[in-house]
Design a protein around this ligand. Structure first.
Ligand SMILES: [Zn+2]
Length: 144
């Protein structure tokens, strides 16, 4: 287990219209992808996933190995990964998702003394748009 020093934000890239609550589907999908089983018994690659109602579910303990970003050792446990249900290249996040993300970011940055600039987007590390073109990093950091 590592001490968390960073937080990375993701989207699931699956639209609400196909699945309103994606934790279970993503867990199965990641199991089929061969992702490691977490100490909590899940295969989901992220530490946390937020659904459209703002419900946050945890799949991996803070500091545990993740399967979320293969660049720059971002899976070694030092980075906490939070995924938000939705495809934010094509739709906007729900208010409840942003409120839940805000509360979680506040709690995690306080608990582990993580600085605001260590809140990052997946697209800064990998050639993809994650967490979607409609997500703005300075806005997300301003929530903390
Ligand atoms: Zn991502």
């Amino acid at each position: 287990m590592k001490k968390p020093t960073a937080i990375m934000i993701h989207h699931t890239a699956v639209s609400y219209q196909f699945n309103h609550d994606q934790f279970v589907a993503n867990n199965s999908y990641h199991k089929n992808q061969g992702y490691t089983r977490s100490s909590l018994g899940f295969y989901l690659g992220y530490n946390y996933e937020i659904n459209r109602e703002g419900l946050i579910r945890q799949a991996r303990k803070d500091g545990e190995i993740t399967c979320a970003c293969y660049q720059k050792n971002m899976n070694d446990g030092h980075c906490l990964h939070i995924a938000i249900d939705g495809d934010f290249d094509h739709e906007q996040p729900f208010k409840n998702e942003i409120y839940a993300l805000r509360d979680k970011l506040r709690a995690l940055t306080k608990k582990y003394s993580i600085i605001k600039s260590a809140i990052v987007f997946h697209r800064q590390y990998a050639p993809k748009s994650c967490p979607g073109k409609n997500m703005d990093l300075s806005f997300i950091r301003s929530l903390v």
